[in-house]
Each structure stands twice: as C-alpha cells, then as structure tokens.
Design a protein around this ligand. Structure first.
Ligand SMILES: [Ca+2]
Ligand SMILES: [Ca+2]
Ligand SMILES: [Ca+2]
Ligand SMILES: [Ca+2]
Length: 244
C-alpha cells in the first residue's frame, strides 16, 4: 500500500550522519571502487562523500533495516503496490493488463522501461512473490513465451528487466527492493541521478536492496540496468522516496 510516512523529526534533528574518519577521496561513486581506495564503512553501509571530514553527505545502504534507521526522520512515499488489484493469482502475464507506469504520478513517482517494454503487477501469493510487486515484461517463472528468430523468447518476454523510476519532487533518500534475483552480473548496475540527469552514485554490487541518502544533491531518478540473457529475471517492490 502506498503510505504517507509521517515526519517524526526535522532533517536537522537527524542529519548530518556521522561517518567516521575522513575516507580516501572518492573518484568514482561505486562501493567496489571505494573499497579499493580504503574507504570506511561496512559492505552494506558505505559513506561515499563527506563534508568537513566528518559528516557523511552521500551514503549507499544495501541493508533495508539500516536504511530504515538512517531515514527514520524523513517523510515521503512508500509504494509497495499492495493496494492494487493484481488478480488473477497466477504466474503469467498472458491475458493480463499491463500496469500504467503513471499510476502514482499524483505523488510524483513514475515507472518506465527504457526499452518500451510493458510493466505488470505480479500478484502477491505466488511462491516467489509474497506481496504484489512490479515486473518488466513477463514474470519470473512465467511460462508465457513468444519465440523470436534468434531468442527463445522475443522481447519483451526475455529477461531484460531494466527499470527507470522518476521522483518529482526529488528525494533526499531513495530505496527499493529486488525480488527473485539481483543486480551483479557483468554490466548490471543501479544509478541514482539528480534533476539534471547527472549521476549522483552508481553501484554494481550484488544486492536485493539499494538505498541512497544524498544530502547535497536530491535524487530525481533511479535507473536500473538489468541484463538480458544472463539467466536471471527480477521484480521490484517497496520503492521509497523520502525527504522530498
Ligand atoms: Ca509489495
Ligand atoms: Ca521480467
Ligand atoms: Ca536479466
Ligand atoms: Ca540480473
């Protein structure tokens, strides 16, 4: 269910987030690069940029509980699709209506696939899907297939599950969950962009959750690059845009 989270404290009461000692300067905003440079932080919570050598202004978090703690004072949106009618309860897109990516435009959140593939709401209650979630093309384990001349299943029914999500107004913190797969194959990544389309941060670290807290550059878009033909399809859930 889309919920409006109550602000329990002002930004100033919560930030800045202490980030430990000053890290090595970050030349590329990826956790892998950061680790090589000797930066501080755990594998699930990494400070990518600091202000004044102490206060973390850009934090990538891949643990949902840690992200919840780091954003507990921020109002915003949680879109989990659970209020939508996703019937019938079966594991195929065949004869199913596509999801309108502008369904949540009234709260400034728009979903799209950069290749123009349709989106669907996968019904909660499937063995791999506890609650309604957002799928690109067909569902995981979906038997529906349209064979093409070169692919067993022609696009958009192959597993090229890229997704773009835009936030207007932009958010101080954004996060989402991946089901039944992950980002981590060669060439896959999650990028967080500002309102000018410039990347704030990018990660190719395998995870089932991605969250970014960006104090200096609000997040206007999340762009997920998920590869076709690498034996993995995914769905998405629990999109959060906080502090907008
Ligand atoms: Ca859900
Ligand atoms: Ca898919
Ligand atoms: Ca894939
Ligand atoms: Ca993948």
């Amino acid at each position: 269910m889309r919920r409006f989270l109550l602000m329990s404290a002002l930004l100033a009461a919560f930030f800045p987030i202490a980030c430990g000692e000053s890290p090595t300067e970050i030349e590329a905003n990826s956790v892998a690069h950061f680790a090589k440079k000797g930066g501080k932080g755990s594998s699930s919570d990494v400070c990518l940029s600091e202000r004044g050598g102490k206060n973390c202004t850009l934090r990538l978090i891949t643990n949902p509980a840690r992200f919840a703690r780091a954003t507990a004072g921020l109002a915003g949106q949680l879109i989990d699709f659970n209020e939508l009618d996703a019937s019938p309860l079966n594991n195929t897109i065949e004869r199913r209506e596509a999801f309108n990516g502008g369904t949540y435009a009234n709260v400034g959140v728009i979903f799209s696939n950069p290749n123009g593939y349709p989106l669907y709401i996968a019904p909660g209650g499937l063995f791999w899907n506890p609650t309604n979630s957002l799928s690109v093309g067909r569902f995981p384990y979906d038997p529906f297939c349209v064979p093409g001349p070169t692919d067993p299943c022609e696009a958009p029914y192959q597993e090229d599950d890229d997704l773009d999500v835009s936030f207007d107004p932009p958010c101080t913190a954004a996060g989402f969950t991946i089901l039944d797969g992950g980002i981590g194959s060669t060439g896959e990544f999650v990028a967080f962009l500002d309102a000018d389309g410039s990347e704030i941060a990018r990660t190719n670290v395998p995870s089932l959750f991605f969250g970014l807290v960006s104090l200096d550059r609000p997040i206007a878009r999340v762009s997920i690059e998920e590869r076709a033909d690498e034996g993995d399809d995914v769905t998405y859930d629990d999109f959060q845009c906080l502090g907008s």
